[in-house]
Design a protein around this ligand. Structure first.
Ligand SMILES: *Cc1c(COP(=O)(O)O)cnc(C)c1O
Length: 358
């Protein structure tokens, strides 16, 4: 049976992916050289499409890495000598903080309870901090930080680099790159693609910082140091043999999203999120985990259930609907429902109908 995946990554494939994979095989995409002209065209096409869809400024670089988690390590290595600051409200923001700790940095954190927001107005960033890290959409708990709050932090700290993890909010997140230096995502969530590719957007200031660190002989990584990736990027290549098929597919799906129009893609996600939260409003056994409405995620809806969520998940699976369980400690408490461009309004309506029957 063909199932519908509402899991927050990997998730439902974007409807056109099957067609693009077939075409890719016909065109020998998986066998061509990653140093040849055909690949250069694919690489450039994917970058151009992403730049257009996500409104990435011309002077920002777009790097292809292997995953979101890799992007975390590369960012810390290439932009932090001593101190970073992390806003932690769940497991993915903690992972970025932990990455900095593991790399021997002094990683400060401002932590709130899972599902909570931050008190940005009272936040002072110490002068020794070099890089400030935010997870836009905390996939583990369904909290999304309103992006304007993050822009305000940058306005008050122009000399510092701001990092934004948009792994589970891209391409929904309307990122204003004027205030963001490093933004990353991987493709198995909102882009509805098979896993195995990470994308990192790098500002001129961040690239410059990396160059300074390299010259001072700090350990910024080897084949994926920013300098090395940037050097190959100028030739429309990556240092290693990359996931050519994934780069190709990302370009194709991004073109498809451009055809729909990013405004429409984002409006539909909002509409589907409203359907899910409205359902909760009318059913006391299903409550949004995030209490502050302004912090509720539109792309990963996390619901606290009265009855055992694993039983609900099991029943839905029998109907061909695969919903995510709670993350780690919340496994027996939450449902996590991905709301990505691959999910249509009628898919979400069908899911709600089936949950009501339980
Ligand atoms: C999934 C996820 C990651 C990890 O991405 P990978 O591609 O699995 O390494 C990081 N941050 C957030 C917010 C995520 O949802």
């Amino acid at each position: 049976m063909k199932k519908l995946f509402f899991t927050p990554g990997p998730s439902q494939l974007y409807p056109t992916v099957e067609k693009h994979i077939k075409k890719a095989l016909e065109e020998n995409i998986a066998s061509i050289s990653h140093r040849g002209e055909k690949f250069h065209g694919i690489y450039k096409n994917t970058q151009d499409a992403l730049r257009k869809l996500l409104k990435i400024p011309k002077n920002y670089r777009i790097f292809f890495l292997s995953s979101g988690t890799e992007a975390m390590e590369r960012i810390i290595q290439n932009t932090v000598v001593e101190s970073s600051l992390h806003f932690v409200n769940g497991e993915f923001s903690r992972r970025l903080w932990q990455t900095a700790v593991s790399l021997g940095k002094i990683a400060a954190k401002i932590e709130t309870a899972p599902g909570g927001g931050f008190n940005f107005e009272e936040t002072e960033v110490a002068s020794n901090i070099e890089t400030i890290c935010f997870t836009h959409n905390e996939t583990s708990t369904g909290v999304a930080i309103p992006l304007e709050y993050i822009c305000e932090i940058k306005k008050k700290n122009r000399d510092k680099l701001v990092v934004l993890d948009t792994v589970s909010s891209a391409p929904f997140a309307d990122v204003n790159y004027k205030y963001i230096d490093l933004c990353f995502f991987s493709v198995q969530k909102g882009f509805g693609l098979p896993a195995g590719l990470g994308v990192l957007v790098v500002s001129p200031a961040a690239l410059k910082t990396s160059e300074i660190l390299t010259r001072k002989n700090y350990q910024v990584g080897t084949y994926h140091s920013f300098e090395e990736v940037a050097r190959y990027d100028q030739k429309y290549e990556t240092p290693e043999t990359p996931n050519v098929l994934a780069i190709y597919l990302l370009g194709k799906v991004t073109e498809d999203l451009l055809k729909v129009g990013i405004g429409k893609v984002r409006r539909e996600i909002k509409k589907k999120a409203d359907l899910l939260y409205d359902f909760c409003k009318n059913h006391s056994g299903f409550q949004p985990f995030v209490k502050d409405k302004s912090y509720r995620s539109d792309t990963v809806v996390v619901i606290e259930t009265g009855t055992d969520p694993l039983k609900i998940i099991d029943k839905l699976k029998k109907k061909g609907l695969v919903v995510g369980s709670g993350y780690k400690d919340f496994k027996n408490k939450h449902l996590r429902i991905a709301n990505f461009p691959a999910h249509s309004v009628s898919d979400i309506k069908r899911l709600i109908r089936e949950i009501k029957k339980i």
